[in-house]
Design a protein around this ligand. Structure first.
Ligand code: SME
Length: 156
């Protein structure tokens, strides 16, 4: 879809131009939420040891600021090193609720040469909001972010 290409280009430019890696993450979550109406909550978790720690996010504050590897959909995606799309969070026993309005979720690991550095997590108030276009976009954004996260001396 046209919007995805425009969004990816804007994010690539911002990630490359931004001097500070943390600020680059803030720009990414802001741009994704602003451009894509189904993206109700967008956040980046970073992996510290065996725990995912919430970094920059846009949307309502989440109670899940620290998620152990293997817990929740976030922990599952990091442990499996693979994108997970959940069309109906109420039907997934792994789901850790962030907001009562959330209906679907996508979690995309940010990886550097097979090592998980963190992940992009997007929640939607719409059921089955995420498809192949979202996976492709977010995996490309994750790959660009990985190059910047090396600057933060990752992994810790
Ligand atoms: N739903 C996630 C927890 C994070 S909140 O959505 C922000 C999960 O199941 O891992």
């Amino acid at each position: 879809m046209k919007q995805y290409g425009t969004t990816l280009k804007a994010i690539e430019t911002a990630i490359a131009a931004e001097a500070d890696a943390t600020r680059a993450m803030q720009i990414v979550v802001r741009q994704l939420k602003a451009d894509l109406p189904n993206y109700t909550w967008v956040g980046i978790y970073l992996l510290y040891g065996n725990e995912l720690v919430l970094g920059p996010f846009e949307g309502k504050p989440s109670p899940h600021t620290r998620i152990p590897l293997g817990r929740g959909i976030c922990g599952a995606a990091a442990a499996e090193k693979a994108t997970i799309i959940v069309d109906d969070v109420s039907a997934d026993p792994r789901y850790l609720a962030c907001s009562a309005e959330t209906k679907s979720e996508i979690v995309v690991p940010i990886m550097d040469d097979g090592t998980v550095l963190g992940e992009i997590d997007v929640d939607s108030d719409q059921p089955a909001a995420f498809g192949a276009d979202d996976q492709t976009l977010l995996e490309q954004v994750a790959a660009r972010l990985a190059t910047r996260l090396r600057e933060l001396s990752w992994p810790v």
